[in-house]
Design a protein around this ligand. Structure first.
Ligand SMILES: CC(C)(COP(=O)(O)OP(=O)(O)OC[C@H]1O[C@@H](n2cnc3c(N)ncnc32)[C@H](O)[C@@H]1OP(=O)(O)O)[C@@H](O)C(=O)NCCC(=O)NCCS
Length: 410
């Protein structure tokens, strides 16, 4: 593809509980607006030339409704001529916005597009839009009963034969790598401190989710998170959610509930934005790109297992770029759950030393709509730090889908 990333910026991710967290007092439009405003400051672009602002946000209700993207443009104080729209591909939304921006400039239809994402989970937690996994369509449910993602993650772990120890080991690794990355300032290039817009007080300057005191023993002592959910009766014939998962995958025998708060992505608030430009725009403005978007891909996969799409999306993106898994220096596989990363890595036969080298959402949090945008900056910063060339970013999503993008340092 002929599409270029000029810069990527993000807020710190704030640990979020209902109504609580360092960023919970801000309006989500303001969170996004502060992120947008960093891009002209850092790159010197004239924002009046922005063709569109695409923002991924999953729970598009109330404060996150009303086309958050356009309202964030206005909240940023930018010219009224700049359009914006919000999109929802669940957890893949932030990377989907990059895909659209890259397609827009590669097609020649646009020259300068901002691709972002935001989610304020302290206000709107999982399934806050009330749609559940299937919008309550009982006819569809007879064909696919889309169990919640926690059950899917445990079903994947069961089918893959992952042990609790293996999942915990990944949870520990995520924490250790994230803590080291923070200590060494590896996230510094993308991060900016979020401020109270009225007082100027810094609300958060660094991701506050990592737990440096995590040990294998502490992780082993955590109770599995989805036992009760699995026992909840939701089927039309009085079946539990576990039974409904097994109806699709009888060979699993039983759903082994293995994921805990230490091996699942954390609930968080945050935003990210990526500035995408065409080759003509770069040339006309004497701008240097940080990376080229080599390819993008989206796939559908089994909606009950739900979270096994990343390997398929990665293959599709690699094929489109004419690359193989071995060409990729760094992988960012969103840590929705430990089993997702391990299943993807196994399916693609990846060298784990190249995967999530600075930790992932288990340690750092996963503000649903924002994470895809955030991971683009994380990957670019690390490619630059290591002097490497190619990164692949991929995220699984609800509904059994996944998105991926191959980025090449310029
Ligand atoms: C798994 C989940 C239900 C856990 O929720 P929770 O119990 O509220 O989790 P918390 O992170 O608050 O952790 C609870 C406790 O576990 C313990 N804990 C969590 N992580 C720990 C770690 N790494 N080491 C030691 N203890 C840990 C702590 O005691 C913590 O309590 P504290 O914060 O008061 O210290 C929730 O994080 C979740 O739903 N995650 C998945 C999100 C998701 O599905 N996203 C979409 C992906 S498809």
């Amino acid at each position: 593809m002929d599409a270029y990333i000029v810069d990527a910026v993000r807020t710190p991710r704030a640990r979020a509980k209902p109504g609580k967290g360092a960023l919970s007092g801000l309006h989500p439009q303001e969170l996004m607006a502060q992120t947008l405003k960093q891009l002209p400051l850092r790159t010197g672009i004239d924002v009046a030339e922005v063709d569109d602002v695409v923002v991924g946000v999953v729970s598009q209700i109330e404060a996150q409704g009303a086309n958050l993207a356009r309202n964030a443009v206005l909240a940023a104080g930018w010219p009224i001529g700049i359009p914006g729209f919000s999109l929802n591909r669940f957890c893949g939304s932030g990377l989907q916005s990059l895909s659209l921006a890259a397609m827009g400039v590669a097609s020649g239809a646009q020259h300068l597009v901002i691709a972002g994402g935001v989610e304020q989970m302290s206000r709107y937690g999982l399934n806050a839009d009330g749609g559940g996994t299937d919008g309550g369509n009982v006819d569809l449910r007879e064909r696919f009963f889309q169990v919640p993602q926690g059950i899917s993650s445990d079903l994947i772990a069961t089918l893959e034969g992952f042990t609790r120890q293996e999942l915990d080991a990944w949870g520990l690794r995520s924490q250790q790598h994230a803590v080291l990355a923070q200590k060494e300032g590896r996230f510094a290039r993308s991060l900016f401190p979020v401020k109270n817009p009225h007082t100027g007080e810094v609300l958060l300057a660094a991701d506050d989710s990592p737990r440096a005191d995590t040990t294998a023993e502490k992780l082993a002592a955590l109770a599995p998170s989805f036992v009760q959910l699995g026992a909840r009766v939701e089927g039309p014939g009085g079946e539990t959610l576990d039974a409904l998962a097994l109806r699709a995958y009888p060979r699993a025998g039983a759903v082994r509930h293995l994921h805990t708060a230490g091996t699942a992505s954390g609930i968080a608030d945050g935003a990210g934005a990526v500035l995408v430009a065409s080759r003509e725009y770069l040339r006309a403005h004497g701008l240097k790109a940080r990376a080229r978007v080599r390819s993008v891909a989206a796939v559908g996969s089994d909606p009950v297992l739900m979270l096994t799409g990343p390997a398929l999306a990665a293959r599709k993106a690699l094929d489109a770029a004419g690359l193989t898994t071995r060409d990729i220096d760094l992988w960012e596989i969103n840590e929705a759950f430990a089993a997702v990363v391990l299943q993807t890595a196994r399916a693609l036969e990846l060298d784990l030393d190249r995967v999530n080298v600075n930790g992932g959402a288990i340690a750092l949090g996963h503000p649903l709509g924002a994470t895809g945008s955030i991971l683009v900056g994380t990957a670019l910063d690390e490619l630059e730090r290591r002097g490497q060339s190619l990164a692949l970013v991929t995220l699984c999503t609800s509904g059994g889908q996944a998105v991926a993008a191959v980025l090449e340092r310029h």
